[in-house]
Design a protein around this ligand. Structure first.
Ligand SMILES: *[C@@H]1O[C@H](CO)[C@@H](O)[C@H](O)[C@H]1NC(C)=O
Ligand SMILES: *[C@@H]1O[C@H](CO)[C@@H](O)[C@H](O)[C@H]1NC(C)=O
Ligand SMILES: *[C@@H]1O[C@H](CO)[C@@H](O)[C@H](O)[C@H]1NC(C)=O
Ligand SMILES: *[C@@H]1O[C@H](CO)[C@@H](O)[C@H](O)[C@H]1NC(C)=O
Ligand SMILES: *[C@@H]1O[C@H](CO)[C@@H](O)[C@H](O)[C@H]1NC(C)=O
Length: 303
């Protein structure tokens, strides 16, 4: 992959937008026989359950139950674990109480359509809204978890250029749970990008903290070759790939940091998001524009 060395971080060697190949992709029997059969069996059920899934949002408990089953059967997610930094795993009472709820603005990093469903599953409310920071520093709305699912598949660069209304009034998100994609785009889950340069985190937090509580959730999925979508792809290919496979071994670990506290700086938030430096923070050169260039050259080489 030397062709893309321009898009590799000098310090860490990480190439944050490179798709991760699925080692199963070149198993012939799988690809031409088993996968199509599995797909044909799962598809009718997957379609039939969608209306039910949407209808049940009014009964959160039932919705979550169904969504969990849906994630397992159709998207191979066997587990979604929610943890809180500094709280023991066994302390489920505290953990449940800290799950994202109304009037939270939750900073997230984002790498897969499935991330939005995993977040929806762990949120305490049914009014979950996704926003992202556009490259001009403004906050833009994506919408429901379903819209965020699609956003991830677009490679999360294409709606940057149009649809930019200058400043969203956050008042409109009162009584909702807001998930804010801080990097402004999807990555391959290997590093945390700088926030879009024009974004003023301090101002954003200072002027909104009386109305909202700020948290950060670090999303980790494993194995990443079964989840991430850093490069734009069609909904069809995503659905086909995922529904046609039978490996129920994707796991999600969401870790919440709720004491972002007083030292609300970008470095602080990024450090938390990186699980205290366990994940690499890469240089400033990587942002949405870099990604757009990467996608262009990647698609050119692939073709
Ligand atoms: C939010 O909920 C509170 C309490 O239920 C209510 O008083 C308030 O009007 C709601 N605000 C909005 C913007 O919906
Ligand atoms: C919240 O943050 C936005 C975006 O930075 C800003 O425009 C707005 O003035 C802040 N305050 C309120 C109350 O919306
Ligand atoms: C689901 O789709 C993504 C994106 O194309 C792909 O990387 C992943 O391998 C698929 N999942 C499975 C289980 O095949
Ligand atoms: C997940 O399942 C697939 C198919 O059964 C297998 O090839 C792969 O090694 C498994 N991956 C992990 C991380 O368990
Ligand atoms: C988000 O950051 C965490 C922590 O550094 C990392 O482990 C995870 O892979 C990233 N997740 C996504 C969705 O990019």
């Amino acid at each position: 992959m030397e062709k893309f060395s321009d898009f590799r971080d000098k310090g860490t060697g990480i190439s944050p937008f490179m798709p991760i190949p699925n080692p199963d992709d070149d198993k012939v029997l799988m690809k031409y026989l088993i996968n199509p059969i599995v797909f044909a069996i799962k598809l009718p059920f997957a379609i039939a359950l969608v209306p039910l899934l949407l209808l049940t949002t009014i009964v959160p408990q039932l919705h979550k139950l169904l969504l969990g089953i849906y994630l397992t059967v159709f998207f191979n997610v066997k587990q979604v674990e929610f943890l809180v930094d500094g709280v023991k795993k066994s302390n489920t009472k505290v953990i449940n109480a800290k799950k994202p709820h109304i009037n939270d603005i939750v900073f997230i990093n984002f790498s897969s359509p499935l991330d939005s469903l995993a977040l929806d599953l762990t949120s305490q409310t049914r009014n979950n809204i996704f926003l992202y920071i556009a490259k001009d520093g403004s906050i833009q709305e994506i919408g429901s978890p379903k819209a965020a699912f699609i956003f991830a598949l677009t490679g999360a660069t294409s709606i940057q250029s149009n649809n930019v209304d200058e400043s969203l009034n956050l008042q409109k998100y009162k009584n909702k749970t807001v998930f804010l994609i801080i990097e402004g785009t999807t990555t391959n889950n290997k590093a945390i990008l700088k926030f879009p340069k024009a974004f003023n985190l301090k101002l954003f937090v200072e002027t909104n903290k009386s109305q909202f509580k700020f948290k950060a959730v670090n999303i980790k999925s494993h194995p990443t070759y079964l989840t991430v979508s850093p490069i734009p792809q069609s909904l069809h290919s995503f659905i086909y790939k995922n529904l046609s496979s039978i490996c129920f071994n994707v796991s999600y670990k969401l870790k919440l940091f709720d004491d972002l506290g007083t030292s609300f700086t970008e470095d602080n938030v990024r450090e938390k998001m990186s699980n205290f430096g366990r994940l690499k923070l890469i240089s400033e050169d990587f942002d949405v524009d870099t990604k757009a260039r990467f996608v262009k050259s990647y698609n050119r080489v692939k073709r």
